[in-house]
Design a protein around this ligand. Structure first.
Ligand SMILES: [Zn+2]
Length: 465
């Protein structure tokens, strides 16, 4: 006890070198837990995440960390655990989701829930998404508890269910029914990572904002008729013209702090010709031709420049000789953060320029929007410094075109940062990425991620800085 007090006192004035974990021991422990978590099938649907969090709860409680399971659906429990700080700063929330996407076992070299170690990789569903975060957050709690690191902030660990297919019993339930238990100033969750190229860490990404899923239907009504007498008023004709116009439209370009910083930093890391392309986005003389290039060649980059529209469902007609009186298209719209969506629909209307086409905005199941998390605060700088310290790489802030659970927390005012483990840039195209036919992670990435998580949490929540 006395030793602990002394150590604690020492750590308030000096960096806590004495408390650096023995990584070779921690690595073995981390791998054991990681494999155990991957071996629990939590494919969503149906999820069955309770099996995962029961494992985590038992590991935490063996270390003397109380953990509670809370659930809307008993098969889909979420876990909450908390280590107390001195209360001088508001809490830090660390998260990892417990479900995974589904598998087609026939496509796997090693069984998808075997967590087989082979050639420096661990194979299995969830090895990238998101069991490394789950395991690393759990290990961080354990290491914090064992080493008695003094904390300015409470550290709250949440494992949420339903991220992949059904946020209802997961983050939505937690925010709605257990807010006081998870309320935090800052959160770390999935969404970023370290990109390795040619066997070396190249740069890290931190997700600080995301586009907001919206949707709309285009509906055209016109006279029905006999298919042998074509009509210029045919609803399908009007609909398809409208679809082409909105799909080929280049909506007004926007930047926010995240995307501006992202393109500037990406340019700094790129070869001169590619750098010129990213820098040219900020030059009004060059931007248009670059956007045209990106639309054709880098759709993942192009979508970061504006609110996007993708026509994904068309419904019309039922018989070859009948001109249908109605035709409808469903558009997947991903709003740039802060977009005035009503004004955007007005612009769409002008682009379509056809009174026969009605735009009906989707209003059901809307996810909340929140402002981007800051990239100029202590927490962001702490994450940047940690990526530099652990991997020796610069950090790029990113905006996701897709949606994550962090949207629900940002809407409540939490500063959320999407982090992640290291992976090879080319591994996804080889078919081993998140959500791919197979999934794998470098063993080294498993170990490094625990070290990163621990360092980042201490940098954000620890007293000894
Ligand atoms: Zn995920």
């Amino acid at each position: 006890m006395r030793k602990r007090v002394l150590l604690t006192a020492l750590c308030t004035v000096l960096p806590c070198l004495a408390q650096t974990p023995d990584w070779s021991k921690v690595n073995a422990e981390a791998m054991k837990h990681f494999q155990a978590l991957v071996r629990i099938d939590s494919t969503d649907p149906p999820g069955n995440e309770t099996k995962v969090v029961e494992y985590v709860k038992q590991v935490l409680e063996a270390e003397g960390i109380p953990a509670v399971l809370v659930s809307q659906d008993p098969a889909r429990a979420n876990l909450i655990a908390r280590l107390k700080g001195n209360g001088s700063k508001r809490p830090l929330l660390i998260m990892g989701h417990s479900d995974t996407v589904k598998v087609d076992p026939a496509k796997w070299t090693f069984p998808p829930f075997s967590a087989t170690r082979d050639g420096g990789y661990v194979y299995g569903r969830g090895t990238l998404d998101d069991k490394p975060d789950l395991m690393a957050a759990m290990m961080t709690m354990i290491l914090l508890k064992r080493s008695h690191v003094p904390l300015d902030r409470d550290v709250i660990f949440v494992s949420e269910s339903g991220e992949e297919a059904s946020t209802g019993p997961g983050i939505e339930y937690l925010v709605k029914e257990h807010w006081s238990e998870i309320d935090a100033e800052i959160c770390l969750a999935e969404g970023g990572g370290v990109r390795r190229q040619d066997g070396k860490p190249f740069y890290a990404t931190v997700q600080t904002t995301e586009k907001q899923p919206k949707g709309a239907r285009l509906v055209v009504k016109g006279p029905a008729g006999h298919g042998s007498r074509p009509l210029r008023t045919n609803a399908i004709l009007h609909l398809t013209r409208a679809i082409e116009k909105v799909a080929m439209w280049d909506p007004p370009m926007r930047f926010n702090d995240t995307t501006r910083n992202y393109f500037e930093k990406l340019a700094n890391l790129s070869s001169p010709d590619i750098a010129a392309r990213y820098k040219g986005l900020f030059d009004p003389q060059k931007a248009q031709s670059i956007r045209d290039y990106l639309a054709e060649n880098e759709p993942g980059t192009y979508t970061l420049l504006h609110t996007s529209i993708s026509p994904n469902i068309i419904r019309a007609g039922y018989q070859i000789n009948v001109i249908p009186s109605e035709a409808e298209a469903t558009l997947d719209i991903r709003a740039f953060p802060g977009e005035d969506i009503t004004a955007f629909y007005e612009q769409m209307k002008k682009v379509i320029n056809d009174p026969a086409v009605e735009i009906i905005p989707e209003t059901a199941n809307q996810r909340p929007g929140g402002p981007p998390s800051r990239i100029d605060n202590d927490a962001y700088h702490a994450i940047e410094n940690t990526f530099k310290k652990v991997y020796g790489v610069p950090t790029l802030p990113t905006m996701s075109s897709g949606a994550t659970d962090m949207a629900f927390l940002r809407a409540k005012g939490v500063q959320c940062y999407g982090i992640g483990a290291m992976s090879d840039a080319e591994d996804a195209s080889k078919g081993f990425g998140a959500h791919s036919d197979q999934e794998r992670i470098l063993e080294e990435a498993v170990y490094k991620h625990v070290e990163f998580f621990w360092e980042a949490v201490i940098a954000i929540a620890g007293s000894a800085r």
